[in-house]
Structures are given as C-alpha cells and as structure tokens.
Design a protein around this ligand. Structure first.
Ligand code: PLP
Length: 341
C-alpha cells in the first residue's frame, strides 16, 4: 500500500525504536525524565522560546494553549479553515468555553492587519472581548500553504497592538521554514506560543511540543495535567522525538515528491492540482466527472490510499515513507482509475 493519507502514517525507524529502548527515563511529572527534559530544551531552542512542554498530540498542544491564553466566554479569532476550529472536536467550546469568531483568511491563509482589526471585539458590557488570535502555518486545509514570515509578523503585530496574544498552530511549521528557507526561530519570533508536531513529517511515533515563555509554559503544564496528558517515563517516546528533530532538512524531499505528484496529476486529463508549497497536494477531479470519494475508493483497491476532502477534491500527502518510485506508481494507478471512469 502506498499511503498518501497523511504524513502521520510514518512508522518509526530502527534508530527511533533503538532510542525508545535505550532512553534514560524518570517520572516526568516530577520533572525527572532526562530525555523529556532534553527534548523540551532542544525544542525550545529550535523555536527561540524560553521553554517548552512535551505533549501527547498536536490537538492537546493547541487546546492547552487556547485554554491558557483565554478567559471563559472570550472570543478566539481564527480562519474558517483553521484546524483548531474544524478538526479538534469543538475543543474550543468544550474545553475552554471560548467562542470562535471565524474569518476567511483567503488564499494567503493569514489575516491582513485590517482583518485582525475587523475581527477584534473590544470587551464591554455586551461583548466578551477577543482573547486570542490563532494562526496556522502551514495551513493544512488550504493545501499545506506556507505562510511567509512577513505576513505572520504583520498579523501578530496587529493583534499585539490590540493586546491580543497570538498562538501559532505550527503542526507543520517546519515544512514552511524549509519551503521558504526561513530560520524556525525567525518564523515564530512574533507569536507568543507555538505548537509543532514531531509525529508528522519528522517521523516520530508520538508527540508534539508547545513552546512559549516560562509563565505560559507553567500554566500549560498544569493544564496538561488537567487534561490527563501528564505522562510518567515518557522518555521512551521522547527519545524518538529527539531523533525527529534531526529530520527537519529532509522535509525538502517530501516537498519535491509533492511537486512531482502535482505535475503528474496535472498530466492526467480531467485532473488539476495547484503547485504545492509543501508536502500536501490537493487535486480537483470535477472535469474528470469523478467525485473525490469515488477516486479515493477506486485507488484504494489498487493499493494507493488518500483522502477525499470535498465533493471533487482529494488530499494527498507525501512523507518519509514515500519515495520517488512510489509517486510514479501512485500516478499510474490514479491515471488508470480516471481513464476507466
Ligand atoms: C495534525 C494537525 C494538528 C493536530 O495534531 P495531532 O497530533 O494529530 O493531534 C493540529 N493542527 C494542524 C494544522 C494539523 O495539521
């Protein structure tokens, strides 16, 4: 099976399994796990924040950040395509009692400063006030769009001028850094907190990191406990996580394979795929007269797996366990399906 559903499907390498088996461990709730401590230190350095917290998933990292930054009843300003709004089970409402104010951040996947000011709600007798601006880089649902640093900075500055903190859902922000050739520390310079996943293109089996200043991370640590995410000898998963941090540069291979995939899809009559910024390819099959669901189901029978994302849209994702030959094989199968439709 060539699995293009997501970059979360990667299996840990032999080195990662070895790191899991040999990690130095302790009880992380007592802050006694040296492997977790090292991962948190290295992750904080990577993003240029004071400190960081290891969390079981990206979803938990985002939801902790939202809960820590906001007061109950406040508004969270985000894109209508934001992962925190669309794909996290309404955690905004369930866990933080915050209501989202969604805007269409458009193709650039980040609000202009004017949009931030438009979406902002000042607290008064009738209005709850905006508690947080949430940005996302790369933007998943819009096709792995890599948001340039200047645009992120401008949005964050507009929010800060209104005394609104900014969280970056940076599940794949290292893909953006590699694609745009920007230092990770520079990319997150203006945001107050950032979450990124070790378990996607970086290939770790488990885990994400939430980084920010000491005060924020202290509160995040308590919230992680509240949500049941405080772990004990977590070094066994943090060990592979440390190796994942060495996989940043190779994300460029995934981007090249995604570009190859998009080119090949465009060569198939009836399909069109915009040139991807990173490792996510969105393909439109309307002109081929085949729905996303039909296309993905028929390809799955030919051992190529990817997800229908809309009526006539599918999402294909490249990663560590997909090479150039796999891309060619996948394209052949997709072409067969479309031609016989
Ligand atoms: C995957 C993803 C998350 C959530 O990460 P999990 O580890 O799957 O919970 C959050 N935001 C974005 C943009 C993602 O792509």
């Amino acid at each position: 099976m060539i699995d293009l559903r997501s970059d979360t499907v990667t299996k840990p390498s032999d080195e990662m399994r070895e790191a899991a088996a040999t990690a130095d461990v302790g009880d992380d709730v007592y802050r006694d796990d040296p492997t977790v401590n090292e991962l948190e230190r290295r992750a904080a350095d990577l993003v240029g924040k004071e400190t960081a917290l290891y969390v079981p998933s990206g979803t938990m990292g985002n939801q902790i950040a939202i809960r820590v930054h906001t007061d109950r009843g406040q508004e969270l300003l985000c894109d209508e395509q934001a992962h925190v709004y669309k794909w996290e089970l309404g955690g905004i409402a369930q866990l933080s009692e915050v209501q989202p104010r969604i805007l269409d951040f458009g193709e650039r996947s980040v609000p202009t400063p004017e949009q931030v000011r438009e979406g902002y709600v000042e607290q008064d007798l009738h209005r709850p006030g905006t508690g947080l601006l949430c940005l996302e880089n790369t933007q998943n649902s819009r096709g792995g769009v890599a948001v340039p640093k200047e645009h992120l900075d401008a949005a964050a500055e507009a929010a800060h001028d209104l005394d609104v903190p900014v969280h970056l859902d940076g599940a794949r922000f290292l893909n953006a850094c590699v694609a745009l050739d920007v230092d990770p520390e520079a990319m997150t310079e203006r945001v107050d907190s950032v979450m990124f996943c070790l378990s996607k293109g970086l290939g770790a089996p488990v885990g994400s990191v939430l980084a920010g200043d000491e005060e924020f991370v202290d509160r995040a640590r308590r919230t992680r406990k509240l949500l049941g995410g405080a772990m004990r000898q977590a070094g066994v998963i943090a060990g592979p996580g440390l190796l994942a941090l060495e996989n940043v540069d190779r994300l460029a291979d995934d981007h090249e394979n995604a570009a190859r995939l998009a080119d090949g899809l465009n060569d198939i009559e009836g399909l069109s795929a915009p040139e991807p910024d990173t490792n996510i390819v969105m393909v439109d099959s309307e002109d081929a007269g085949i729905t996303g669901k039909e296309l993905s189901t028929a390809c799955k029978e030919r051992d190529v797996s990817f997800s229908a994302f809309g009526e006539y849209t599918c999402r294909l994702c490249t990663h560590l366990d997909v090479d150039e030959d796999d891309v060619e094989t996948a394209l052949d199968s997709i072409a067969d399906v479309v031609e016989s439709a």
